[in-house]
Write a protein that binds this ligand. Structure first.
Ligand SMILES: Cc1ncc(C[n+]2csc(CCOP(=O)(O)OP(=O)(O)O)c2C)c(N)n1
Ligand SMILES: [Mg+2]
Length: 534
């Protein structure tokens, strides 16, 4: 069979049925081969900046491999910001990059470039297909790397002329090495650390989600009466935010984190890369710390943990939990999360906090993708969403939210998918709306229109004590009805609460068509918990 068919058959044998991408001449063998089949679809994004987050959102929402195809050097370059994000969050992505025809590589053909170097800066591994002799083995190796923990994008460079060559191998499922639990001696060490502590807490990150360990985490938290904080910028909610043990997302400000955690004498980090924060702070953690997770190289230098082991978190937490049943006698009350009052309703305007509150109440069973800028802290304060059902970019790289939500909607067609975005971040890759309409999703994008980069103003106020006129993104007034029309979406605009409630009662629990809701906000009014950002 041709190498291109071997590649697709191998993907299908490993449960892949979609390839997201923005194709070019070098992808014609791939696109043509997909068009001949019914078991795998090529889903076009109108740019790589849209296609990569779509594949990422799809992978996160289905907890499975996302595959994305990029066109040689400029296509890969366009996708790199989003590949960086997928690497930070640890998303399983296989990136098929078009190579150039090997017969004229020495002539520096158009679009060719240092593709391997480019990819290696944002991928954990990069493979290139060179000959028909090793192509099958390399395809299998790249796929295996992509679905082996710790996840991160893996690139496979595919020269189009080689894809037409014949190969004899049989496509089959790849065997994926698994992470194991703890040795008994370490089970006892972790259990001792936790039981000896007066007031221990967990800091949970993405590994909990990828290891399907939310239930195990809730159980151990309940035995210890210990709160579970979500590490700042965690890209997938690792524990239900309705759980009594959920202590909230840690803010991105290190000084606020240190203050929030100061009562705990022991912190067990579960996955992630320590604490991803924004502005420099002199604050330090004072508690003893330990770590368990998937990725040894994610342990940040400077933090010396009392204990650290690379494990499958579900297995390890269950092991420690059975040890605790013997040893623990804790009765500490769970930490109560700080509460804030919702501002009173006003007739002519909608307060950003009230808008978020109303939307969360209405879409409480939805899958949420949040890139709402200064409102994200409010969303986290009041959301009651299940583990895995609240996604953020996780890297700080905005422009991910809208296209990622399209990938989520494609991966979970039966669910209500809500993307809540700032007016700034909604415009980095809004062409993903075309893919959504082209593929028949029925999702809701909410744009919080404050005509500002309000988050940057909040940072500027902290750093230089004033906001900056460069962060005002009008005039012209951004016409989101025009954007919706461009991509065939329905559009609604609300400037007060009555209109918002009216819109929600019309749309019901799940939109029947793709809809963009614009909420006009007064830029002078800040979300109640906005102080948490810096
Ligand atoms: C890829 C990328 N480019 C630029 C930034 C810097 N940045 C951080 S927040 C922000 C503005 C976000 O504005 P908006 O989405 O309207 O939300 P708001 O701050 O107004 O609530 C920008 C440009 C970034 N984080 N990532
Ligand atoms: Mg804004």
């Amino acid at each position: 069979m041709k190498i291109i068919d071997f590649l697709l058959n191998t993907l299908v044998a490993n449960d892949v049925n979609r390839i997201f991408g923005n194709p070019g001449t070098t992808e014609i063998p791939l696109v043509a081969a997909c068009e001949k089949r019914t078991d795998i679809k090529y889903i076009v994004g109108l740019s790589e900046i849209a296609a990569v987050p779509m594949a990422d959102g799809y992978a996160r929402a289905t907890r499975s491999l996302g595959v994305v195809n990029l066109h040689v050097a400029p296509g890969l370059g366009n996708g790199m910001g989003a590949l960086y994000t997928a690497g930070v969050v640890g998303v399983p992505l296989l990136v098929l990059v078009g190579g150039q025809d090997r017969r004229f590589l020495h002539t520096d053909p158009i679009l060719w470039g240092p593709v391997e170097q480019m990819a290696s800066s944002v991928c954990k591994e990069v493979y290139t297909l060179h000959t028909e002799y090793d192509a099958a083995a390399i395809i299998r190796r790249a796929l295996r790397a992509a679905i082996t923990l710790p996840y991160s994008p893996v690139t496979l460079i595919c020269p189009p002329d080689l894809m037409e060559c014949e190969v004899e191998s049989v496509p089959r499922r790849v065997e994926v090495p698994r992470l194991a639990g703890l040795a008994q001696v370490d089970v006892e060490r972790y259990a001792d650390l936790l039981t000896e502590a007066r007031n221990p807490a967990f800091i949970a990150a993405e590994d909990i989600y990828w290891n399907d360990a939310s239930i195990a985490l809730e159980k151990i938290a309940s035995i210890l009466c210990a709160p579970v904080y979500v590490a700042p910028y965690t890209g997938v909610l690792p524990i239900s935010s309705a759980s009594p043990w959920y202590a909230g997302y840690l803010p991105p400000s290190f000084s606020q984190i240190a203050e929030r955690l100061s009562n705990h004498d022991m912190l067990l980090f579960l996955g992630g890369r320590g604490l991803r924060t924004t502005l420099y702070s002199e604050a330090r953690l004072t508690s003893r710390t330990a770590w368990l997770g998937n990725n040894a190289s994610a342990i940040p230098s400077g933090d010396e943990y009392k204990l650290s082991c690379v494990v499958d978190l579900r297995l390890a937490l269950n092991q420690i939990e059975s040890q605790l049943e013997v040893e623990s006698s804790k009765t500490t009350a769970p930490l109560i999360r700080p509460e804030f009052d919702i501002p009173p309703s006003e007739e002519s305007v909608v307060h950003p906090t009230r808008a978020v509150h109303i939307l969360l109440r209405h879409f409480q069973d939805a899958l949420w993708v949040d890139e709402s800028g200064l409102s994200t802290s409010d969303v986290r304060q009041w959301m009651q969403l299940r583990a895995g059902e609240y996604l953020i970019n996780g890297s700080g790289g905005i422009g991910w939210g809208l296209p990622a939500a399209v990938g989520v909607a494609l991966g979970q067609p039966g669910r209500t998918v809500i993307a809540i975005c700032g007016d700034g971040s909604s415009l980095y890759a809004s062409e993903a709306m075309w893919t959504a309409e082209n593929r028949g999703t029925a999702m809701l994008i909410i744009v919080l229109s404050n005509r500002r980069y309000a988050t940057l103003n909040a940072a500027a106020e902290k750093l230089i004590s004033n906001s900056l006129s460069s962060f005002t993104i009008e005039p012209p007034v951004l016409d989101f009805s025009g954007l919706a029309k461009l991509y065939g979406w329905a559009h609604a605009c609300t400037a007060n609460e009555l209109d918002l409630e009216g819109f929600l009662s019309n749309i019901g629990p799940k939109p029947t068509r793709n809809t963009l809701l614009e909420i006009i906000l007064d830029p002078a009014v800040k979300p109640v918990t906005a102080f948490r950002h810096f």
